[in-house]
Design a protein around this ligand. Sequence first.
Ligand SMILES: [Fe+2]
Ligand SMILES: [Fe+2]
Length: 267
Amino acid sequence: MITTYKAAPDIDVLTSSFPIPGFGLVPINAFVLHGPEPLLVDTGAVIEREEFMTALRSVLDPADLKWIWLTHPDFDHIGALPQLLAENAELRIITTFLGVGIMSLTAPLPMDRVHLLNPGQKIAVGDRTLTAVKPPAFDNPSTTGFHDDKSGALFSSDCFGALLSVVPENAADLSDDELRQGQVLWATVDSPWLHKVDTAPFARELDAIRAIEPTMILSSHLPAASGSITERLLASLAAVPSAQPFVGPDQAALEQMLAQMTAGGPQ
Ligand SMILES: [Fe+2]
Ligand SMILES: [Fe+2]
């Protein structure tokens, strides 16, 4: 089920909680930035694309959208993208050369509707200036988040995500333990290469986020987080390189799960 809430007066969050058996819930968020040139950040999961369009229509008429910021073309970010492009001929997509390349393997983006933006580059979108930011952790080489100078929010894509037992609308409502453990588990799943990084250069990456002083961190996979908990979020990520690596259930575990489901019979 996709629900909506406000992270700021002019920013709507469209959110769905996706269950990962045995590991909890991962929020899947998209964001609508209202203004003279409305912008949608990502477009939901492919499996929920119809429901995503319904939720989107509850906060804005998709015909009024001017931009989509595609943080990266994973299945939990591109759900309604083809339909939105088909319905609105004026809509343009902010992405990278690599994002376009990956999309060309599933739903090619019309090149005249693409705006390529690399980390560090800026784009004016109505009354906002957006600066592209490479997040310190990511699962797809094309990943690009951004800082919005109007709201002060940092849109971090998969970075700062968490696996949770319940998904509130405000990350500050999570206990220290739940937030830290949920973030660390998510990062070991989503960015397993973090176990191979030197911690000093990684700490400089985290410092670069700290220097932005975001008023909010809006991750694709975490409830909206005000700037007051940025240090908590950064501390969790700093712990990931030395955390237990994630190993998924193997065939024996799968057979045990299936046997338990069979023994339980129809519900
Ligand atoms: Fe991803
Ligand atoms: Fe994602």
